[in-house]
Design a protein around this ligand. Structure first.
Ligand SMILES: Cc1ncc(COP(=O)(O)O)c(C=O)c1O
Length: 401
């Protein structure tokens, strides 16, 4: 009888990991107060949240909006980036990073990721700069800041903007400073799965007064060119405020669990935690990323996806992660060419291919809100699968996954 759960053995784990979001009476009371006040449109509750967010991040301006996607779009519009301009982005990210660029009719230019962090590689970004480049959007994948010092130096040297897509990185810090304060502006998502959720929502941060007033004027209708009603309701702002109260405790817990899991994974030969640059003082861990050694798996006749199937059967919700954005049919469509006036270069990029198809894997953030024995289950399941690699390879067969 097989030991592996995928073939009928007993799984390592049968309990689910903690769910998300977590709610409290404070959320309920806040929402009830807004409801009873009858002031439901953006007002004092939102303004107070913005003050608090700007104070905790040390950034001059924080602006709440209805989503991370429109926040990025408004930043690009606020910087007057549009048709004919090129914006560099990594292909290993959520589609919103790309769609914000297309929304302003700018041309997306993909730069490869660093194989050890899965964040944009500064050298790859530099190699894509042309006289049309106006900005780099650097994503903090999984909540881990990208190479901010090198990207800032690059942007300054080339006279282009640096925008941080920190959708997943609320609370992350680089050299002791909140990620919200780097680049020309940063954007956060408050969509339901995010570490600071309000169902839908976004936050823009910037130290640039002129950019802030251009963005605010788009929201209040005083801008001479654009009006875009992406104002949150007071209900959203109230949830953001009460959810913010518990963010720092959760950050500490996720960091602690991630460090524990890192140590366990470091003892396994075929999988490793992501590299953490020394300047990353806080990783927000919206996702816990790991990467398999695809050569080592291949020697055993395994692929990443075969391992993931087997680990999932053991009760561990490990998922394969992002597909490269350049492989999406929509990016290759005529509609994109009409929007931007040009074809987007969708050539495969080596490190992204490896991450997406052969090596990357994720756990969702709320897994890290569990305890050390729950982290042990993850490493134990991986270890068990590795110990039974021969059977897995023989019975599952490469073609079936
Ligand atoms: C990297 C990244 N960028 C942008 C977004 C867009 O955020 P939203 O869903 O709030 O529009 C997300 C959210 O899923 C994201 O993960």
């Amino acid at each position: 009888m097989s030991k592996l759960a995928i073939f009928g053995g007993t799984p390592v784990r049968s309990e689910p990991y903690p769910g998300w979001p977590t709610v409290s009476e404070k959320d309920e009371q806040g929402i009830a107060q807004v409801y009873l006040s009858g002031k439901w449109s953006k007002g004092e509750v939102a303004a107070e949240f913005e003050r608090r967010f700007s104070e905790r991040t040390g950034v001059r301006h924080a602006i709440v909006t209805t989503s991370g996607t429109v926040s990025l779009e408004m930043i690009l519009r606020g910087l007057d980036i549009g048709y004919g301009d090129e914006v560099i982005l990594p292909p290993y990210t959520f589609i919103a990073t790309l769609s914000s660029i297309l929304a302003v009719s700018a041309t997306p230019v993909f730069a490869d990721i660093d194989p050890e962090t899965y964040n944009i590689c500064p050298a790859a970004a530099e190699s894509k700069i042309t006289d049309k480049t106006r900005a780099i959007i650097a994503v903090a994948v999984g909540g881990c800041p990208p190479s901010i010092d090198r990207l800032t130096e690059l942007a300054n040297r080339k006279g282009i903007y640096l925008i941080l897509d920190a959708a997943q990185a609320v609370g992350a810090k680089w050299s002791g400073k909140d990620i919200a304060g780097f680049g020309d502006a940063a954007e956060f998502s408050c969509q339901n799965t995010k570490n600071l959720p309000s169902g839908e929502g976004g936050i823009i941060t910037t130290n640039d007064d002129a950019l802030c007033s251009r963005i605010r004027s788009m929201l209040d209708g005083s801008h001479d060119k654009f009006y875009t009603d992406h104002n949150v309701t007071e209900f959203h702002a109230s949830i953001l405020s009460t959810q913010l109260d518990k963010l720092d405790d959760e950050i500490i817990r996720r960091e602690r669990m991630a460090a524990y899991l890192d140590a366990r994974l470091n003892m396994l030969p075929f999988v490793r935690p992501m590299k953490r640059e020394k300047e990353v003082t806080v990783n927000a861990y919206h996702l816990y990323l790991m990467r398999f050694d695809s050569e080592m798996l291949a020697e055993k006749g395994l692929t990443r996806d075969m391992v993931l199937h087997a680990v999932n059967a053991e009760g561990i919700p490990l998922t394969p992660g992002y597909m490269p954005l350049y492989s999406f049919q929509s990016v290759n469509s005529d509609a994109v060419e009409r929007m931007t006036g040009r074809k987007t270069d969708t050539s495969p990029l080596e490190n992204c291919e490896r991450a997406s198809y052969h090596e990357g894997a994720w756990l969702f953030q709320s897994v890290l809100l569990a305890d050390t024995e729950d982290m042990d289950d993850i490493a134990d399941a991986l270890e068990k699968v590795w110990e039974n690699a021969g059977e897995l390879a023989a019975r599952l067969g490469k073609e079936s996954v």
